[in-house]
Design a protein around this ligand. Structure first.
Ligand code: ADP
Ligand code: ZN
Length: 562
C-alpha cells in the first residue's frame, strides 16, 4: 500500500503534475464533445425522424457510436442522420481511441518507466572522497541539519536502506547512498575512515550496531541521537563520541523558558571568552525601561545584542523599551554575566508551572523544575509506565475543567508538550483564553506548525527539529558544550574578501541580510571586539560573529558567498 501511494505520488510532482493538468483539460474537452453530440442526436432525431429520446438515451447512443461499439439498437434512417453518425464515430476514433491512449502512454507511462530505469542508486562513493559527513537516518532533525550543512557548503551524504527514500532524496538534490548501514563493506565503500563525522540517527539498537561496525573499521567520530535515556551509556560503550539525549535536552529547554526562578542566564553559544546568553526581561529589574534607561552596558559591561519576543528577533536601539515578555540576548564574558545575575538575584515569591503531557519531554521538564526547585503540576491523559518519579493528574488537558482544577488561574508558566501539534495548538489557545497573563512555552513537533503555535498565543515555541539540528551542528563544530538555540543563530564567518577595507556601515550587512555583527575577532588579539560601532573598519584576517534568524543566516550565505 505504501509503495502504491509512493508511486502515485510520482504523478503529483514536477512535469508529471503539469501533464496531469493537461489530461484533466483533455477529459473536460471530451466530456463537452459527448454532451454536444447527445444534444445534437436528440435534436436531429426529433427534427428528421420525429422520434423523441431522453437525455440518458442520447448519452448512451453517443458513447456507443464514439467507441465504435455500434450496437445498432437505435439508428437513423435519413441521409443527414447517416452523415451525423459517421462524424460521431470518426471523431470518437480520433479523440477517444487514438489520442487518449497515446497521451496516456507518452505523458505518464513512458516517463514513469524511464525514471525507474534511469535511477541507479549510489552504493559507493569515489575513492578520493574525504572530509564528508555521513548521516544515517533521515527525519525532521537530520533534514534541518542537512539544510545547515548545505548553507555552509559542507559535503554530506545521507545513507538509507530504503530504495524509495533514496530516490525521493536524490530528486530533492540531496546526495544519498543506498545500502545496509551495518554492512562493513558498504561502510568501507562510503569511505567512512576518511569521513569527518558519522551522525547516527536510527533506532537505539541500530545505532549501537552501527557504532560497533564503524569502530571495527576506523576512529571517525560518531554523534548519535539517543531515544531512551538509559541507552546513552551503551551507545558510548559501543563507540559513540557523543550520545545526545535530545528529548531530555528539549524538556530542560522548555522548562528554562517557562520559569524565571533563579533567572540564570541561559548560554546560547560561546566563542573563546565571549559568551552569548539569553535572560528573560521579567527576571531583571529592567522590565518596562528603555535600553538607555536600563544602562546595562555601564552596569555590567554586557552588550544587549537582541530582543526576542514571540518568535521575532529584533535588534534594539537606545529608545527600545524592554518588554516584560521578551528575552534579552546578551554578549559578554562569564564574569559579566555573573555580575548581571547578581543584579537579577531576587527569586520569584510564588511560581507554579503546569506541564501538559507527561511523555519523555514533559518528564524531563518536570525533573529539571524539581531540582531548582520550582513547583509544578503534570497533566496527562494516561499514567506513565516509564516514570516512577512524578505523579501526574490524570485527565484530558483539552477539557477546560481539568485545566481549571489544576490551577491554571494561578499558574505563572505553562509547558505544552504533547506529541500532537494540533492538540498543542488547541491547548495553547485554550490556556491563553483561561489565563491571559500566563507564560506559554509550546513544543512544535513539526517545523510547519511553529507559526500556528505563535498565532495561538504561545510566548515561546521550541521546535524539535531545529533544536536537534543546532545541537548536532554544535557537535560537528567541536563546541565544548551543547548549546541550544531556537529561532536565533549565532554563527561565525571569515570576513568576505569584498568587504575588506569597508566600515561596518558601508558593508550593509544588516540592511542586506538582517544579521547583526555581535563581535569581531581580530588576528593575534585574544579578546574579540564586542558589538563594534558602525564606523569600525573591517580588516583582512578578521572573523565575524553574527546573529540572526535561520533565514537571515541563509541571506548572509547568499549575499556574501566566498
Ligand atoms: P515524547 O516522549 O516525545 O514527549 P510522548 O508521545 O511520549 O512524546 O508524550 C506525549 C504525552 O502527551 C503522552 O504521555 C500523552 O498521553 C500525552 N497527551 C496527549 N494528548 C493529551 C491530552 N489531550 N491531554 C493530556 N495529555 C495528553
Ligand atoms: Zn516523569
Amino acid at each position: 500500500m505504501k509503495t502504491l501511494a509512493a508511486e502515485l505520488a510520482f504523478f503529483l510532482r514536477g512535469q508529471a503534475r503539469q501533464n496531469l493538468k493537461l489530461l484533466i483539460l483533455y477529459c473536460t474537452f471530451l466530456l463537452i464533445l459527448v454532451l454536444t453530440y447527445s444534444g445534437l442526436f436528440r435534436f436531429l432525431m426529433w427534427q428528421l425522424e420525429g422520434r423523441e429520446y431522453s437525455f440518458l438515451t442520447g448519452l448512451y447512443w453517443t458513447v456507443v457510436a464514439m467507441t465504435t461499439l455500434g450496437y445498432g439498437d437505435i439508428t437513423f434512417t435519413s441521409e443527414i442522420g447517416y452523415l451525423f453518425s459517421t462524424i460521431v464515430t470518426l471523431s470518437g476514433v480520433v479523440f477517444m481511441l487514438i489520442l487518449l491512449p497515446f497521451g496516456m502512454i507518452s505523458l505518464f507511462l513512458a516517463p514513469w518507466i524511464e525514471q525507474r530505469l534511469r535511477y541507479r542508486p549510489t552504493v559507493a562513493l569515489p575513492e578520493d572522497t574525504q572530509g564528508h559527513i555521513l548521516i544515517f537516518g533521515f527525519d525532521a532533525v537530520t533534514r534541518a541539519l542537512a539544510r545547515k550543512l548545505q548553507n555552509r557548503r559542507i559535503p554530506f551524504v545521507v545513507v538509507t536502506g530504503d530504495h524509495e527514500q533514496s530516490l525521493r532524496l536524490e530528486e530533492e538534490g540531496i546526495r544519498v547512498a543506498l545500502g545496509n548501514p551495518t554492512d562493513a563493506q558498504f561502510l568501507r565503500n562510503l569511505r567512512v575512515a576518511a569521513a569527518r563525522y558519522v551522525i547516527a540517527n536510527l533506532s537505539d539498537p541500530e545505532n549501537t550496531n552501527l557504532c560497533l561496525t564503524v569502530r571495527s573499521l576506523c576512529e571517525t567520530p560518531i554523534a548519535t541521537l539517543v531515544g531512551q535515556l538509559e541507552h546513552g551509556e551503551l551507545l558510548r560503550l559501543a563507540g559513540a563520541n557523543h550520545a545526545i539525549a535530545l528529548k531530555r535536552l528539549l524538556g530542560r529547554y522548555l522548562a528554562t523558558r517557562a520559569t524565571t526562578r533563579g533567572a540564570l542566564a541561559h548560554v546560547l553559544d560561546s566563542f573563546g571568552h565571549l559568551q552569548i546568553a539569553e535572560i528573560p526581561v521579567q527576571a531583571t529589574p529592567f522590565a518596562g525601561q528603555t535600553l538607555a534607561e536600563a544602562r546595562i552596558r555601564q552596569r555590567t559591561g554586557l552588550a544587549v545584542i537582541g530582543l526576542w519576543e514571540r518568535g521575532r528577533f529584533t535588534t534594539p536601539d537606545a529608545a527600545t523599551r524592554l518588554s516584560e515578555k521578551a528575552l534579552m540576548v546578551l554578549a559578554g564574558t562569564r564574569e559579566q554575566l555573573e555580575a548581571l545575575e547578581q543584579v537579577t538575584g531576587e527569586e520569584e515569591a510564588e511560581d507554579l508551572i503546569l506541564i501538559l503531557g507527561h511523555g519523555r519531554i514533559g518528564c524531563a521538564a518536570a525533573s529539571f523544575l524539581d531540582r531548582r526547585p520550582v513547583p509544578f503540576i503534570l497533566i496527562d491523559k494516561q499514567s506513565s509506565s516509564d516514570c516512577l518519579d512524578h505523579v501526574a493528574v490524570i485527565g484530558d488537558a483539552t477539557s477546560p475543567h481539568v485545566l481549571r482544577e489544576s490551577g491554571i488561574d494561578q499558574a505563572k508558566g505553562l509547558i505544552v508538550t504533547t506529541n500532537d501539534d494540533s492538540i498543542n495548538i488547541f491547548l495553547t489557545l485554550a490556556s491563553r483564553h483561561l489565563n491571559p497573563a500566563i507564560r506559554i512555552v509550546a513544543r512544535a513537533n513539526r517545523e510547519e506548525n511553529v507559526d500556528q503555535l505563535y498565532a495561538a498565543g504561545a510566548d515561546f515555541v521550541i521546535s524539535n527539529a531545529s533544536v536537534g539540528a543546532s545541537i548536532l551542528n554544535n557537535v560537528l563544530e567541536g563546541k565544548e558544550s551543547i548549546f541550544l538555540t531556537e529561532g536565533i543563530n549565532v554563527f561565525r564567518r571569515p570576513l568576505p574578501p569584498n568587504l575588506i577595507g569597508q566600515s561596518i556601515a558601508e558593508s550593509r550587512i544588516r540592511p542586506l541580510t538582517g544579521c547583526s555583527i555581535v563581535a569581531l575577532e581580530r588576528e593575534n588579539v585574544e579578546e574579540p571586539l564586542v558589538v563594534p560601532p558602525p564606523e569600525t573598519i573591517l580588516e583582512k584576517g578578521m572573523g565575524l560573529i553574527l546573529i540572526g534568524s535561520p533565514e537571515q543566516e541563509e541571506n548572509f550565505c547568499r549575499n556574501f558567498r566566498g
